[in-house]
Ligand binder design. Structure first.
Ligand code: S3P
Length: 451
């Protein structure tokens, strides 16, 4: 396919429209690609590197806007971080307890992970005062889920609506260990409390209602923290005060980014086949592979291996006829970020797909239930919003039109995949948001599409 049918229009305010001229029949996709580094692991490598003693070496860091926000916050807190590049980043840690009080407001940009995880560290640095803010989206996302447990530990945090919304002010304290039953399965909540527990005397425990991604646990152990994990009860404890020592972290490709290509190839013209190399397949993240398998997708794992404590594989996906299915319960936290693209798969599948127990989607970078339903329906899809999910009746062909990503990276990329499988022209507003997690998304899209 020539690049002229996937074009970017830059507007005066530097926002971008992605304009996709859809094919007359389904696109034929073929190739071997790599996706950028895992976003969750990238944040954690920068953060743990910054608070450890000695040097941390990171290979494969995601160069998206979110990890850049983490890097700039921790530079402002005193860590020395070399210029970010995907080959190699060096972090000179300042040692646990030595974050400096910055002279300005910390800015987490669009990144919930930066803000929520960092709050655990800031709240546990006695005698220092910090202020933290974010962009429009982040300032409207709930922070009480981390502020409340931190307050139970003795943390002092102020913000609008009793500390629910950024901008937040934090006066660091010597905290006390708690045993916290989280009402939601959230790796950000769990990680925030574990990070606060690093400097806290005794055992800090988090118990979740279902399993959430465990990258913090894996990396904290590798850096030398003492963790007790009880997988059956979804419980993790950290014993403080901890000693962290800088490590080498090799970041695998992000399965959340790979998901766009898995779905694109699965719904593409018969004979389409993509191999996505070097994808992280941590079982707390592979819900999307299970959901697509339930729908009848043909995805194989090849060359399975473990790299720096995380499971990795190459994923081979071939086009197939997808069927609707129900996605709910414990699967949801293991594919929460992939639901926008799973919705696109459901629109192109036969029959009905029901997504339930996913009310968390309403407080992501956008209200992903409302936005995905509205935008796909504009293209002719049949998506009904549920309070905690969606009901999607698949099989109606889509026709391109003007759609809005609401500056949500995963919505922008999901709509782009819908657009390459639609007839007519789709214009996706604020598609520059893709750079939050996948700066090269559009060039890879141009590379693999041949229609
Ligand atoms: C993340 C955890 C998830 C996920 C987010 C990244 C992390 O959020 O949606 O994109 O890196 O810990 P929740 O913890 O709110 O579920």
């Amino acid at each position: 396919m020539s690049s002229s049918v996937i074009a970017v229009e830059t507007k005066e305010n530097f926002s971008q429209n992605l304009v996709i001229q859809g094919p007359t029949s389904k696109p034929f996709l073929q190739g071997r690609i790599r996706v950028p580094g895992d976003k969750s692991i990238s944040h954690r490598a920068l953060m743990l590197g910054a608070i450890a003693q000695g040097q941390t070496h990171i290979e494969g860091l995601l160069l998206g806007e979110d990890p850049r926000s983490t890097a700039s916050c921790f530079q402002a807190l005193g860590a020395e971080i070399s210029p970010l590049n995907a080959q190699s980043v060096q972090v000179k840690g300042i040692g646990l307890g030595y974050l400096q009080e910055p002279a300005d407001v910390l800015n987490a940009g669009n990144s919930g992970t930066t803000m929520r995880l960092m709050l655990g560290l800031l709240a546990s640095h006695p005698g220092r005062f910090f202020t933290i803010t974010g962009d429009n989206s982040l300032r409207s996302r709930p922070m009480s889920r981390v502020v409340k447990p931190l307050q139970q530990m003795g943390g002092q945090i102020w913000g609008r609506q009793d500390g629910s919304f950024a901008p937040l002010a934090v006066k660091g304290q010597k905290l006390k260990a708690i045993h916290y039953h989280s009402p939601i399965a959230s790796a950000q909540v769990k990680s925030c409390i574990l990070l606060a527990g690093l400097m806290t005397e005794g055992k800090t425990t988090v118990i979740e209602p279902a399993v959430s991604r465990d990258h913090s646990e894996r990396m904290l152990k590798a850096f030398g923290a003492k963790l007790d994990i009880d997988p059956e009860n979804h419980s993790v404890s950290v014993t403080g005060p901890a000693q962290l020592v800088g490590q080498t972290v090799i970041v695998p490709g992000d399965i959340s980014s790979a998901a766009f290509w898995l779905v694109a190839a699965a719904i593409a013209e018969a004979g389409s086949e993509l191999v996505i190399e070097n994808v992280g397949v941590n079982p707390t993240r592979t819900g999307i592979l299970e959901a697509l398998a339930m729908m009848g997708a043909d995805i194989q794992r090849e060359n399975e291996r473990e790299v720096a404590g995380e499971p990795v594989a190459d994923l081979r996906v071939r086009s197939s006829n997808l069927q609707g299915c129900t996605v709910s319960g414990e699967l949801i936290p293991r594919l929460i970020d992939e639901i926008p693209i799973l919705t696109v798969a459901a629109v192109f599948a036969k029959g009905t797909t029901v997504i339930k127990d996913a009310a968390e989607l309403r407080v992501k970078e956008s209200d992903r239930i409302a936005v995905m339903a509205q935008q796909l329906n504009k293209m002719g899809a049949k998506v009904i919003e549920l309070p905690d999910g969606m009901e999607i009746t698949g099989g109606t062909p889509l026709v391109g039109t003007d759609v809005d990503s609401y500056a949500d990276h995963r919505v922008a990329m999901s709509l782009a995949i819908a657009a390459i499988c639609s007839t007519g022209t789709t214009t996706i507003r604020d598609a520059q948001a893709a750079a939050v997690s996948y700066p090269d998304f559009i060039s890879t899209l141009q590379q693999i599409c041949q229609f």
